[in-house]
Design a protein around this ligand. Sequence first.
Ligand code: FAD
Length: 401
Amino acid sequence: MRVAVVGAGIGGLTLGIALQRAGIAVDLYERATELREVGAAVALSANGTRELYRLGVGKALEDVSTEPTELVYRDGRTGARIAAHAGGATYRARFGAPYWGIHRVDLQQALAAAVDPGNLHLGKAVAGVAGDERGATITFEDRSTTTADVVVGADGVHSVVREHVCGPDSGPVYSGTSAFRGLVKRTDLPSLPDPLTIQFWAGPGAHLLHYPMGGPARDDDTVNFFAVLCGPSDWSGGTRDAADGELLAAFAGWHPAVVEMLGAVEQSPRWPLLSQPPLTRWSRGRVVLVGDACHAMLPHHGQGANQSIEDAVVLAGLLAGGDVDAALEAYPRRRRARTRAVARSAWETGTLLHRSDDDVEGLAERDARFTTYLDANAWVHHYSASAQPSENATTTSEEVA
Ligand code: FAD
């Protein structure tokens, strides 16, 4: 069996490592000429990190990651702590693997280092895919082609492969929310309480999330922030340059630590937050989707990358069984309900974070949900993609509710 993976992001690289370890020939084709998404960060939870340890890259990542000491929810204006959940060693002991804040470039480079260099092809942008019941052909923008028994679309939210599987109008939709992001030195944040925690600051129509990142080998003290605003109501295209001061104006009157953080770095472009409506099919013939190509979700649960890792591990495990058709049939059965439940939960978290001041009952519900947040969402963190399905608790957000 030979597998060709389109995209060497978090899902594609994880799949490459898992297939290699299963003894399956795999080539990865990545549009970028260099794996260097500088300036971006990602938080990985136990359901992702336990698989990275199992794949042999956990140790390398420990050195460049920070474990937040707590998960804290605050009122964005007063700064009052609404709720807090233990992080660090307590989280690790509870879920069997750590929670990490990490520079995306460090994660990608550690994953790439575990892929046989001869099988990672950079600067290969895929233009299209065609296939039948026995295999598939990739056509690159440089007009070269390659064939494989299985082609996996791990090409992210604007996936070309998804168009082949599901048609041209199957892509993500704008959520009505948008975001700014930035990396700030902790030394530039003297007002910030609990700087080593992952914190949500909630307020009407907006929230701020931040967490520490980097690690012992990095010797940095960076905080990654992600500031989300409701609106504008319509958006087309990618990121936009915002007007000078747009971000700070949206957070006027918020707690001094919030204003200090947002003002500490040059304003980033404004990002549309996209969400993929559930796809009715995840594969066509021998072409199959993983990660954001399949189920891009809002980032309020910090789960998009973790779900891509889980997809990759499950798909590799099924393909290792040797029967491709059976594997591609079983794969969505293993992944569809979970990814939908996580995506729905991320959406709900967004609405909880943005409750208005006059919504007294809504605010009480928000505070109660944040107080039980980690218990209610333990099903997300406990999950083990490499275990047999029967070994995972079936609890989802709906059952908890
Ligand atoms: P990607 O990581 O997007 O990788 C796709 C790869 O395919 C890229 O390398 C791209 O260059 C390549 N590619 C695209 N098109 C082609 C083509 N035609 N030919 C060849 N290659 C191609 N998730 C978390 O778990 N935790 C977080 O804290 C978190 N924070 C986030 C913050 C923000 C601001 C955003 C927007 C998302 C966040 N996510 C987070 C979500 C997470 O980034 C994604 O879910 C994750 O990166 C998806 O991985 P992927 O491999 O499916 O796609």
